[in-house]
Design a protein around this ligand. Structure first.
Ligand code: A2P
Length: 338
């Protein structure tokens, strides 16, 4: 197996994230020998373009991983659970975008700007964190390095893309129907999406009232930061935006911190860009974050509800399909070929 020029397979190549995997591999000139595209039987035979060439999608089966060095998975947790270990058995290293293995203590959960060294300990599978987690904590990490974050509260404004290509299509279709005065029956997401928003479509734990997305942010941040003591709460909401998530973050540090100090830290941090034009009231927007690698950070201000000066507020927007999914996974794969 040569990891300087690996054979790469994409599981879920026809999905919203799968397509972005291909874009990222091409744009970042990932040094691959061959790319194989895998999806369900429904997509077998479909042609997709990579580096100007047509590649044929084949059906994912137990024998799909022969000769594969790196397998990028984004076809849902069930597929990852079943086929991830099969891929490892066949000799591949799996970078998994689902939640199937994230909290497994033997599986590194990696944001390359935060904990790249964790990748080294992999035993065949590496996990890509939840999109809302990545978008919140990539900019928080460099601040945490300078002035430990003891607590943060996130309120998310999550795009359709997080629920896959079919949810994006449901947003487009239901918006069209609404504007034309037609009835529309939602089939992908649990509530009408056009001109509406709703609590994140994951199950709520009746014991604590938090949905799964919110608890992913809590648990995954502790694992990635390597800090079980950080206190986190989140409210996750789906909004009618196609592909970039936004989040309002209320953050408490160990010591006082000023907006200027935060801006100075973020100005030098990788993977983030400050968009904070107070005069023009121009702040991070999903429209601007879409298609961008960087997480946009703005509305940086002291939290006036905390007179100690240790707390601040910030608004961030990041492309869920890129840094929240495909880009981060490809960056993890890059750690493997270095
Ligand atoms: P397909 O397009 O053939 O259904 P999204 O996250 O956008 O919903 O995409 C899900 C991805 O996972 C798609 O590429 C989809 O392929 C793939 N997928 C879904 N079910 C299976 C399956 N049983 N076997 C292989 N791939 C699957």
């Amino acid at each position: 197996m040569s990891l300087s020029s690996p054979v790469v397979a994409i599981v879920g190549a026809t999905g919203a994230v799968g397509v972005e995997f291909m874009e990222c591999l091409e744009k970042r000139k990932f040094p691959l020998k061959e790319l194989r595209l895998l999806a369900s039987a429904r997509s077998a035979g479909k042609l997709m373009t990579f580096k100007g060439q047509n590649l044929t999608v084949t059906e994912l089966t137990e024998s799909s991983f022969k000769g594969v060095d790196i397998a990028l998975f984004s076809a849902g947790g069930g597929i990852s659970k079943k086929f991830g270990p099969i891929a490892v058995q066949a000799g591949a290293i799996v970078v998994d975008n689902s939640s199937a293995f994230r909290m497994d203590p033997t599986v590194p959960l990696v944001i390359p700007e935060v904990n790249p060294e964790a990748a080294k300990a992999h035993k065949g599978i590496l996990a890509n964190p939840n999109c809302s987690t990545i978008i919140a904590i990539t900019p928080l990490w460099p601040i945490h390095q300078k002035n430990r974050i003891v607590r943060f509260i996130a309120s998310t404004y999550q795009a359709a893309s997080g629920a896959g290509a079919a949810a994006m299509e449901e947003l487009r279709e239901s918006t069209r129907a609404h504007l034309e005065g037609r009835d529309y029956q939602n089939t992908v997401l649990p509530h009408p999406y056009a001109f509406n928003l709703f609590s994140h479509n994951t199950k709520i734990d009746p014991a604590n009232g938090y949905n799964e997305e919110e608890m992913k942010m809590v648990k995954e941040t502790k694992k990635i930061f390597g800090d079980e003591s950080i206190r986190i709460s989140a409210t996750c909401v789906r909004v009618p935006v196609l592909r970039a998530h936004s989040e309002a973050l209320m953050v408490e540090c160990e010591r006082p911190i000023t907006p200027d100090e935060i801006r100075a830290i973020l100005a030098k941090a990788p993977g983030v860009k400050i968009v904070d034009d107070i005069e023009k009231n121009y702040m991070p927007m999903p429209k601007d974050a879409s298609g961008q690698d960087d997480i946009l950070c703005g509305r940086i201000r002291t939290d006036i509800s905390d007179p100690s000066g240790k707390s601040f507020c910030m608004f961030v927007a990041g492309d869920q399909l890129l840094k929240g999914a495909a880009l981060n996974a490809v960056q993890i794969a890059e750690l493997l070929v270095k």
